[in-house]
Design a protein around this ligand. Structure first.
Ligand SMILES: Nc1ncnc2c1ncn2[C@@H]1O[C@H](COP(=O)(O)OP(=O)(O)OP(=O)(O)O)[C@@H](O)[C@H]1O
Ligand SMILES: [Mg+2]
Length: 300
């Protein structure tokens, strides 16, 4: 049972979109996938057409109110299950009245290993993958996820500002490794999100390459992903299923295959601690990015 976090403290870089679509792609490959929505906005849950309250959410499991196994529901997507998010995930670190002493840290607050404890209670034969959709800009949730998961993917948009998030995200991964003392989580790769027909622009790719870290194949930009977000047809939001032949679906499938085949195992896993964003950004970035190109990724 592989446990992979889609993590970045940068908001809007594609954590949720890639987490749920890669869940669907892995499900389509016959893998059994549990998606855990760790965002108080519950965007992943909404994508599945689910909106739950505290009692039926992963927050209840983290607080020790119910076992995680009891807050897992099937979804409309084949082979994909969901542990929904809820508004209560916000402010979880200050939660009071937690009865289970294992759930408390030294100062009497919810322990950041609460998620790890819950994942350990699951039957390891139940799922092939657990995908964690982290909340942007929520340090406690990030800590929960990084102390619990085995592997991390950092989705990143393709602007300079997006790349500024890469170094601090890597440092948080290193900090989690230090706390755990077990070389986990492993860094599976950056996941460039929003590429045009030409892929990631050479300049941005060269900046990512300077980290000397694994990089998964890019996810294509899709107007559909944006415009369908607010609508009610759940299945359409999963472009890997609703637009099987589109370029964006193919890009999610490609990444799902890369994850499944363990391609990252063959890549370097050491984190380059010394890469400074300002060094990485030394050369100017062209104004012309993938998003400026015609949007053609929703069609074959
Ligand atoms: N490949 C893509 N093509 C087009 N739009 C995309 C793509 N990926 C994500 N988006 C859109 O970008 C926005 C942000 O994406 P998403 O919610 O996945 O980011 P996030 O990192 O989960 O954000 P947050 O930090 O708020 O949780 C959404 O409107 C989504 O539909
Ligand atoms: Mg999100």
């Amino acid at each position: 049972m592989r446990q992979i976090a889609f993590f970045s403290q940068k908001g809007g870089c594609g954590k949720t979109t890639s987490c749920v679509n890669i869940a669907a792609a892995l499900g389509d490959m016959g893998r059994r996938v549990l998606a855990i929505d760790l965002d108080s906005n519950a965007c992943a849950s909404r994508t599945f057409g689910v909106l739950e309250d505290l009692e039926n959410s992963v927050a209840a499991a983290l607080l020790g109110l119910r076992p995680l196994a009891d807050v897992i529901i099937p979804t409309a997507i084949p082979n994909v299950w969901l542990s929904p998010g809820a508004a209560d995930l916000h402010g979880l670190e200050g939660a009071a009245g937690i009865a289970d002493a294992n759930r408390l840290d030294n100062s009497g607050r919810l322990s950041p290993i609460a998620l790890k404890l819950e994942l350990e209670r699951l039957d390891p034969a139940q799922f092939d993958y657990i995908l964690l959709d982290c909340a942007g800009g929520h340090p406690f949730i990030a800590h929960l996820a990084l102390l619990a998961c085995d592997e991390v993917i950092i989705p990143t948009g393709l602007s300079v500002y997006d790349l500024y998030a890469a170094t601090p995200a890597m440092h948080l991964i290193l900090m989690a490794r230090e706390v755990r003392g077990d070389d986990k989580p492993e860094f599976l790769g950056f996941l460039p999100n929003g590429a045009g027909r030409q892929g990631v622009s050479e300049r941005i790719q060269s900046k990512l390459d300077q980290y000397a870290l694994p990089c998964l194949s890019p996810i294509r930009h899709s107007e559909l992903l944006k415009t369908l977000a607010g609508q009610h047809d759940v299945l359409k939001r999963f472009v890997v299923l609703s637009r099987r032949k589109s370029a964006v679906a193919a890009s999610f499938e490609q990444v799902a295959r890369e994850i499944d085949s363990g391609v990252a195992d063959e890549k370097p896993v050491e984190v380059a601690e010394s890469v400074e964003v300002d060094d990485v950004m030394a050369t100017p970035i062209s104004e012309e990015g993938p998003q400026a190109k015609p949007l053609d990724s929703d069609v074959p």
